[in-house]
Design a protein around this ligand. Structure first.
Ligand code: UDP
Length: 414
């Protein structure tokens, strides 16, 4: 169940004018019915965001709700292939799977049609539920396609197939400019965000962090590096282990690779097996398979790390990077997608392209505690200024207001 959130609580973290602005933007939207639709309640960044964004919208008197489409294993095999194809892999999706994708969407449309047709605004997240628009012919509201993945260089046949479902949306949203695709409607750029007051990100006591380290057998007297991610090839867990092994030749470092699955990601188990095989029986290499609600554990792992890695080779945004920066940890991230928005080379961390590059930067940071501290502070401030939930909410509200005033050059908020 979604927590109830109170917008006033955020005044502990952001300036008071930020809260005033949100009230002002939300006032003309009071009572508006806003529905978000994605394909999983558990696992991955989209669920993480919706879990907090929707209660916060509700706290501003917007009638926001969150629907999830259901599907069977074949449906998710197909949508994972979309995901891989949109992020540039050459995938060949058989026609019968595409037909299945469409018929599962039809089944979902049967259940959701009245809710969606009646809504004032519908946000459809990622490709999985994209066909719903065509299946709700009597829609009365504005529909927005919210793309969370790196579609800058999609495998063309996949994009061509999906585009047919996207043209009729009133607008689309991307996390960064490089991802935007011409679809014949207005496009908005909205980077994601973290909630500083969630279990994942709240301040923890030293003893909480120590207890987690003890529970998993980490030695707090030796350096710890970590990567928290779904076991997905785009996150390059294998590259992380290679980097760790290179560093291990010089420093008594420990690696924590922690992750769980997402209910809409069928490839996780196979990737986890590959990772375990490469890891062997090294007692300093901790591979943790976490349950989907392990927010406090992840918070503590990030806090007990000296350096956090996110060595992705493709990344829509990388909330794990934001989470680590918020905890004042320098991040070594793959030079790709949304990581480049957050990791500012030499300031909040380092961008790398290879395991060797990552190993070089890990050694550099582990031997410079002062620099780690300075970078950590910069990372925290950078997130506070750009990537908190309140900024994200402001962007969404601005889009809603602007969709209502499509032809106006000036909008008065009263
Ligand atoms: N996450 C989690 N448990 C895990 C792995 C990841 O709760 O086992 C969270 C992580 O803390 C982050 C989100 O899932 O909040 C992942 O978002 P990100 O944008 O980094 O990647 P995505 O999985 O959406 O590709």
């Amino acid at each position: 169940m979604l927590d109830a959130l109170n917008i006033q609580d955020y005044s502990k973290v952001v300036r008071p004018e930020v809260i005033d602005q949100l009230h002002q933007l939300a006032a003309p939207l009071a009572g508006a019915k806003v529905v978000h639709v994605n394909s999983t309640k558990l696992g991955g960044g989209v669920a993480e965001i919706l879990d907090r964004l929707i209660p916060l919208k509700r706290s501003l008197n917007i009638n926001a709700s969150w629907e999830t489409i259901g599907g069977d294993p074949d449906f998710f095999v197909c949508t994972k292939a979309f995901h891989n194809g949109l992020q540039g892999n050459r995938v060949d999706i058989p026609q019968h799977l595409l037909n299945h994708f469409e018929s599962i969407n039809e089944e979902n449309a049967e259940k959701l049609r009245s809710t969606l047709e009646d809504a004032d605004y519908v946000f459809i997240h990622d490709p999985q539920p994209a066909p719903l628009l065509k299946l709700c012919p009597n829609r009365k509201g504005k529909w927005v396609w919210r793309c969370h993945i790196d579609v800058s260089r999609p495998h063309r046949p996949v994009w061509k197939y999906l585009k047919r479902f996207l043209h009729d949306y009133d607008a689309s949203i991307y996390s960064l400019a490089a991802f935007a695709q011409p679809l014949g409607h207005p496009q908005f750029l909205v980077p994601p965000s973290i909630d500083p007051l969630s279990e994942k990100n709240i301040e923890l006591s030293k003893s909480d962090v120590r207890d987690t380290a003890k529970k998993f057998g980490f030695d707090l007297n030796r350096p710890i590096i970590s990567q928290i991610s779904r076991f997905d090839r785009f996150k390059d867990p294998v590259g992380v282990i290679r980097a760790y092994k290179l560093v291990k030749e010089y420093l008594p470092v420990q690696l924590v690779l922690a992750g769980g699955g997402a209910t809409d990601d069928p490839e996780g188990a196979a990737v986890l097996e590959e990772v375990k095989e490469l890891a062997g029986d090294d007692p300093d290499l901790h591979i943790l398979l976490l349950p989907p609600d392990a927010h406090r554990t992840i918070n503590a792992i990030q806090r007990c790390s000296d350096v956090v890695l996110q060595k992705s080779v493709r990344e829509g945004f990388g909330l794990t990077v934001t989470e680590a920066l918020w905890k004042k940890k320098p991040v070594i991230g793959g030079e790709t997608g949304g990581i480049t928005l957050q990791v500012v080379n030499h300031h909040t961390g380092f961008l790398v392209n290879t395991p060797e590059g990552a190993a070089f930067r890990i050694r550099y940071l582990l031997s410079r505690p002062k620099e780690r501290k300075t970078m950590g502070k910069k990372g925290f401030e950078f997130v506070r200024d750009h990537f908190l939930l309140t900024r994200h909410l402001r962007d969404y509200l601005t889009i809603l207001v602007s969709l209502n005033h499509k032809d106006s050059s000036k909008i008065s908020l009263g």
